[in-house]
Design a protein around this ligand. Structure first.
Ligand SMILES: Nc1ncnc2c1ncn2[C@@H]1O[C@H](COP(=O)(O)OP(=O)(O)OP(=O)(O)O)[C@@H](O)[C@H]1O
Ligand SMILES: Nc1ccn([C@H]2C[C@H](O)[C@@H](COP(=O)(O)O)O2)c(=O)n1
Length: 259
């Protein structure tokens, strides 16, 4: 077994998929230190990628990379400098020259563009509304994928990385690849609660469903690719979802090589 001890690993079928419950043995060392472990997590908007990935990174003592924050940072930079989001060449140039600092600690979210702390600003609805124009620019993707791979390498390949194309493009060679899904109803409810009930149903549909439809043009994150595990969190609470993902990590690392 690959350095993870479990006392219990139960599968439970639900209407939306299989939930795996993970219970580490008391005092067990969760990971063999120094061993490369990239956990790649994709999924649609509001499925819980960021919050769940951060907690998984904490529990496995791994670094954490929010790739969506990088696309949001490019969108913020373009809006801040009045770059026309319809001008593909200018948007690509913005990505290639972006002066970006990003925290990779699951405990300290921090995004800095050209010296300005934009950690909160990149989450505003105006950025959510415009970020797809940036994310569907193939030149931008080329540059951000290059940076993401460099960040993973710089962390000794010990990282939880989440986004839309991590399992299929950025880290196809990840030790663990997982699609985190949830029903549209659950995702709209979660995003509404996360934004404090400030958004209308129409606004939520735009920020969650319409954005996913646009982003689907350049990345495949609604169906698991070959070899990618699926966790459907529709009927799971946050802690159960984290347990299910840890269960997948265990299952993937326990699989015989080549299986
Ligand atoms: N299993 C769960 N049950 C209930 N709430 C959850 C669950 N997973 C995540 N949440 C909550 O749902 C909200 C959305 O989660 P999160 O921001 O992690 O989604 P996301 O997939 O990263 O979305 P996006 O891609 O749009 O940034 C958060 O408030 C989070 O705490
Ligand atoms: N690997 C990624 C990560 C994100 N995106 C796009 C999809 C979203 O519209 C936008 C922001 O992501 P979020 O913070 O909502 O997860 O970036 C992508 O295309 N590829």
């Amino acid at each position: 077994m690959a350095g993870i001890a479990v006392t219990e690993l139960n599968s439970q079928s639900t209407e939306h998929g299989t939930a795996v419950r993970y219970t580490p043995a008391p005092g067990a060392e969760p990971l063999r230190l120094g061993r490369p472990l990239v956990v790649a997590i994709d999924g649609p908007s509001g499925s819980g990628k960021s919050s769940v990935s951060k907690e998984v990174a904490r529990q496995l003592r791994l670094a954490y990379l929010d790739t969506g924050a990088m696309y949001r940072a490019v969108a913020w930079d373009c809006l801040d400098r009045d770059v026309d989001l319809d001008d593909g060449e200018l948007v690509e140039a913005a990505a290639r020259t972006l002066d970006l600092e990003l925290s990779t600690s699951p405990d300290a979210e921090r995004v800095v563009v050209r010296g300005a702390d934009v950690t909160d600003a990149i989450r505003e609805p105006r950025i959510s509304a415009s970020v797809s124009a940036v994310a569907t620019n193939l030149g931008v993707r080329d540059e951000l994928i290059r940076r993401q791979r460099a960040i993973i390498a710089a962390h000794g390949r010990r990282m939880v990385v989440e986004g839309r194309d991590i399992t299929t493009v950025v880290a196809r060679d990840a030790e663990v690849r997982l699609l985190l899904t949830a029903s549209e109803e659950a995702r709209l409810r979660r995003r509404g609660a996360q934004l404090g009930g400030t958004q209308s149903v129409e606004d939520l549909l735009e920020q969650v469903v319409a954005r996913d439809a646009k982003d689907s043009a350049v990345a495949s994150f609604t169906q698991a690719a070959d070899g990618v595990y699926t966790v459907d969190s529709s009927d799971l609470d946050f802690d159960q979802t984290v347990d299910a993902v840890l269960g997948v990590v265990h299952a993937a690392l326990s699989r015989p090589a080549g299986a």
